[in-house]
Design a protein around this ligand. Structure first.
Ligand SMILES: C[S@@+](CC[C@H](N)C(=O)[O-])C[C@H]1O[C@@H](n2cnc3c(N)ncnc32)[C@H](O)[C@@H]1O
Length: 271
């Protein structure tokens, strides 16, 4: 596996792109190279997973029977975590191979009875029923078409039960930063998301940080141009420096964080 990840294609066709990514990496290890940083080394993706988990933990408290919709579920890492805590999880994803891997991994974990997975495009999301939690982790940042993004958010909102919460973790820096943008990824400014949520009748209940340390996002745009051994060493250094900062300050350093966790509720009947 390359230490520098896999370059983004010149043309982004989401179903083909995600299916290809899943076929290459979703069966490997925990599947993190398919759903975190594409094709990056194991240590790098494990650190990303840990940082995301620490950031999400306060919002992942579920009881027995809590209905969860995991949108863009990938290989089902959050679906399994929530099912193991008693939730009944529906996961949807664009890629059939991601969904097959999510099903396989849930079955191996003994959680098949609490999880169901479907192939669906979020911009046409319709799984029937309503959910106490709608969870999306690093998914909207890959829906680049503005109309598709809006349709996805409207459909996700329609699946929220009264009193339910939507929890979204997305790249959303406070100021415009495009250095990591590619044909498949956009770090939208945080207030772009906040405006979009408001226009979908979603009320912000909490906003927390994830990854305030700037080392990885500063390094990533250059990593492909560096000699291989140097890029590996710098990635390892950036990861080692970021981890303690994220663990200690990740959630609280909201303004400096590259990603954000948005906790939203539907303003039923209120405008
Ligand atoms: C970066 S991965 C994150 C996966 C998962 N949320 C996680 O945190 O492990 C993004 C996922 O969103 C899915 N995805 C992207 N666009 C989608 C769309 N329009 N509809 C449904 N799923 C989509 C991809 O197939 C991929 O599995």
């Amino acid at each position: 596996m390359s230490v520098r990840g896999i370059p983004a294609p010149s043309l982004y066709r989401p179903p083909a792109y995600w299916e290809d990514r899943a076929q290459r990496f979703a069966a490997e290890g925990d599947g993190l190279a398919a759903v975190c940083a594409y094709g990056m080394p194991e240590f790098y993706n494990r650190a990303i997973h840990l940082g995301q988990r620490l950031a999400l933990e306060p919002w992942l408290k579920v009881g027995r029977g809590t209905r969860v919709l995991d949108v863009g579920c990938g290989v089902g890492r959050w679906s399994r975590l929530l099912a193991a805590r008693g939730a009944l999880v529906t996961g949807v994803d664009l890629s059939p191979t991601m969904v097959a891997q999510a099903e396989r991994r849930a079955a191996i974990a003994g959680l098949a009875g609490q999880c169901r997975f479907e192939v669906q495009d979020l911009s046409e999301l319709n799984v029937g029923g309503q959910f106490d939690r709608v969870l999306g982790v690093t998914v909207l940042q890959h829906i680049l078409d503005a109309a598709a993004l809006r349709r996805a958010l409207v459909a996700m909102t329609a699946h929220l039960a009264p009193g339910g919460r939507m929890i979204l973790l997305e790249a959303a820096p406070v100021a415009a930063v495009s250095r990591c943008d590619s044909t498949v990824f956009r770090a939208r400014r945080r207030d772009v998301y906040l405006d979009l949520f408001r226009s979908c009748n979603l009320e912000l209940r909490a906003l927390t940080g994830v990854d305030p340390a700037p080392f990885r996002t500063r390094l990533l745009p250059h990593v492909r141009t560096l000699p291989r051994h140097l890029s590996w060493s710098l990635l390892a250094l950036a990861t080692a420096l970021s981890l303690p900062i994220e663990a200690l300050f990740g959630r609280r350093a909201v303004g400096r964080s590259w990603h954000a966790v948005f906790v939203l509720e539907h303003r039923f009947g209120r405008n």
